[in-house]
Design a protein around this ligand. Structure first.
Ligand code: GLN
Length: 392
């Protein structure tokens, strides 16, 4: 039998999605793969019903249905202040996952270097391998996950073709400050590097932190390739609607990659999502309020648990430090959490370049009932008798 391609030996299947499958087998509460267990906003569901009966069942324009791109361009300008021409600055993709892959294939030649902060969202190393690029990892240092300017400068001195910035950051919850983004943009300018951003959590940020758009910084629009999605903002992770926003030159090339990867995102879903893109500002304020409540509830259980954890500034993930539980491998710990505690998280090592087994990542994009049930299970760990009965 012929041998499959060598490039596939460099990475495994997604650990995040494997944890969801393990969780389902054991009937645990799934706080691993980040997606809500509540419905999208009602007006969006009504718009979907209407779209299903409309003339939207064949291919849309490959780089995005015109009505969707127009609504999207207006929404991006409303929040970032950037002028966006729906004809020249956008490609609609199947989620930010495709946007990232297409952005990497658009920016990089095989052998090019790409800066990736570590910990990182697990797709980025696979994206680098599939596009033939070599990652240069720059650590984000716990507990506040700041990068060291000297380490970043040293990475740029290796003349990378691109740097990937996930902001707000999955899995650390870090929100990059304007000063940090300016420093990154200025190094990118000096070394002629693309800045590829991944910003699906732009509207899930906890005060006093605020989301800064890297592409909107002075002089940044040309070299920034924004990848984003509607998944988290409108609770529609299954719709797979995302986009790339960049300069007309980059977009002209990215359209080709996208066209041959997927042709296009689902036409009826693009049509329905126009409604979401037109939601008033109050929708986004409410979303922020909703997630702030969820964060506070989940963190209140973690405080009772007594283990250290990262307090997210944005996005909806927490890294729980499980080093005191005595596991040698965090993958064993993650299995124990599913089987014994009944709550699924993701072993932290799948996000780190460094050998780091200290963390399990949990997310809190869930109904209050679900978070309470998960919280009650988690705090059993604080009970020595329960722990002895469960082998720890
Ligand atoms: N972004 C989510 C996470 O980190 C979901 C990932 C996925 O399965 N696409 O869990």
């Amino acid at each position: 039998m012929p041998k499959t391609a060598d490039r596939l030996t460099g990475f495994t299947e997604s650990v995040i999605r494997a944890m969801t499958r393990l969780c389902a087998r054991h009937g645990a509460i799934n706080l691993s793969q980040g997606f809500p267990d509540f419905d999208p906003p009602e007006p969006l569901l009504v718009a979907l019903e209407k779209a299903v009966r409309g003339p939207f069942h064949q291919y849309a324009v490959t780089w995005g249905a015109p009505a969707f791109r127009e609504a999207l361009a207006r929404k991006i300008t409303r929040f970032s202040g950037m002028p966006v021409d729906p004809e020249q600055h956008l490609v609609v993709t199947c989620g930010s996952t495709e946007a990232m892959m297409a952005a990497m294939m658009t920016a990089c030649n095989p052998g090019d270097r790409v800066i990736v902060f570590s910990p990182f969202y697990e797709n980025y190393s696979a994206d680098a391998i599939l596009s033939g690029a070599q990652p240069i990892y720059v650590p984000l240092h716990a507990p506040d996950f700041r990068y060291d300017s000297i380490e970043l400068k040293r990475a740029f001195e290796q003349k990378p073709k691109a740097i990937i910035v996930c902001n707000p950051s999955n899995p650390t919850g870090k929100v990059f400050t304007r000063a940090e983004l300016m420093e990154i943009q200025s190094l990118a300018e000096q070394y002629d590097t693309f800045v590829i951003t991944d910003e699906p959590y732009e509207h899930i940020v906890y005060g006093p932190h605020r989301h800064e758009y890297a592409a909107a910084l002075p002089g940044a629009a040309e070299r920034t390739i924004v990848c984003n999605s509607l998944s988290k903002t409108y609770s529609i992770t299954g719709w797979r609607l995302g986009y790339i926003q960049s300069s007309p030159t980059v977009i002209a090339q990215a359209r080709k990659v996208h066209d041959f990867l997927t042709v296009g995102a689902a036409a009826p879903l693009q049509q329905a999502a126009v409604t979401a893109l037109q939601f008033p500002d109050s929708y986004y304020a409410d979303l922020q309020g909703l997630y702030t409540k969820k964060r506070d509830l989940f963190l209140s259980y973690l405080r009772r648990l007594g283990l250290p954890f990262t307090e997210p500034q944005g996005a909806y993930y927490v890294m729980l430090d499980i080093s005191s539980l005595g596991f040698t491998r965090d993958t064993d710990a993650a299995e124990w959490f599913v089987r014994d505690v009944g709550v699924a998280g993701v072993p932290g090592s799948s996000f780190f370049r460094e050998l780091e087994q200290r963390f399990i990542r949990f997310h809190f994009a869930k109904n209050e009932n679900t978070l309470q049930a998960a919280g009650e299970r988690l705090i059993q760990i604080a009970d020595p008798a329960w722990m002895r009965a469960h082998g720890r």
